[in-house]
Design a protein around this ligand. Structure first.
Ligand code: ATP
Length: 265
């Protein structure tokens, strides 16, 4: 008798796992029992009405805010008690709700800032000009060229970030986050304030950078969620309502009520 080998595909690795997250601010319960598991390679959305707790959840997943209770695992590490910079070193980068580029610096200088976190050498190393320091500089120049091409910012390399159109500044913010080549990219309302053309360009950019990465997006623009996300979590009043594919999520009765308002029938 011969045994047949079973071909069992390995379970996809977990990028982010949050278990029963609760966050209280004094008497306000911002999050009440949110759990989610995002696997490596997913583009995952977080949606919900104003004040639902999306930013709080996002900040907790990135390590910027600590939960009142619950556990968070990022790339296999318990980050619940880690400082934000230590979480960043696990391979995580994020953009912020408000554009966070240095307006007086050039596009290229902004990218250098993004690379700074992963530089191995301090000021002394740079003054001495050691060979590994030069290798770092070479790696930076190479990565900057890749990111300029990805974000379509080659032509703006030496322009002051402050003079760029709003949508271009937001693309630069993603470019800054990409400089460290993060395994997980958190995007906080990336399309807020963009016009239709800018949103379409932005969707194309995220599609281009998604392969090989896990992306989490908080976003109000449902078109962005539909176009980019494989699954989305809806949070209402700090509670998780549903996690599913965007087309199912958007038809969920509690989601419709939460967005339209119970009295708007
Ligand atoms: N630092 C804080 N201190 C007190 N309450 C807070 C704090 N941060 C958030 N909250 C409260 O927690 C709740 C959730 O807020 P949060 O900003 O996470 O919601 P949101 O879904 O991101 O909203 P929006 O879409 O408007 O950005 C709100 O009631 C908010 O007032």
């Amino acid at each position: 008798m011969h045994s047949r080998a079973l071909s069992v595909s390995p379970a996809p690795a977990v990028a982010v796992r949050a278990t029963d997250i609760v966050k209280r601010y004094g008497g306000v319960t911002a999050l009440n029992g949110v759990s989610l598991t995002v696997t490596e390679g997913e583009v995952f959305g977080i949606i919900g009405p104003n004040g639902a707790g999306k930013s709080t959840l996002f900040d907790i997943l990135c390590g910027i805010t600590k939960p009142t209770s619950g556990a968070i695992e990022v790339l296999g590490r318990d980050v619940g008690h880690m400082a934000p910079h230590a979480v960043a070193r696990t391979g995580v980068a994020r953009t912020f709700q408000r554009t966070a580029v240095f307006a007086d610096a050039t596009v290229f200088e902004n990218l250098r800032y993004g690379r700074h976190a992963s530089f191995r050498h301090g000021v002394l190393g740079r003054i001495v000009g050691s060979s590994s320091c030069r290798a770092d500089e070479q790696a930076f120049q190479e990565r900057a060229r890749e990111v300029l091409a990805l974000t379509g910012l080659d032509g703006d390399r030496d322009r002051r970030a402050g003079v760029l159109a709003y949508g271009v500044q937001r693309r630069l913010a993603v470019g800054v986050a990409l400089m460290a080549d993060p395994k997980i990219l958190f995007l906080d309302e990336p399309a807020a304030g963009m016009n239709g053309r800018e949103t379409a360009d932005f969707i194309a950019l995220i599609r281009a950078v998604a392969p090989g990465r896990t992306i989490l997006i908080v976003e109000h623009d449902m078109a962005v969620i539909r176009e980019l996300c494989g699954r989305a979590l809806v949070v209402v009043d700090g509670r998780p309502v549903v996690i599913d594919e965007p087309q199912h999520v958007l038809r969920h009765p509690e989601v419709i009520t939460a967005y339209l308002g119970a009295d708007d029938e």
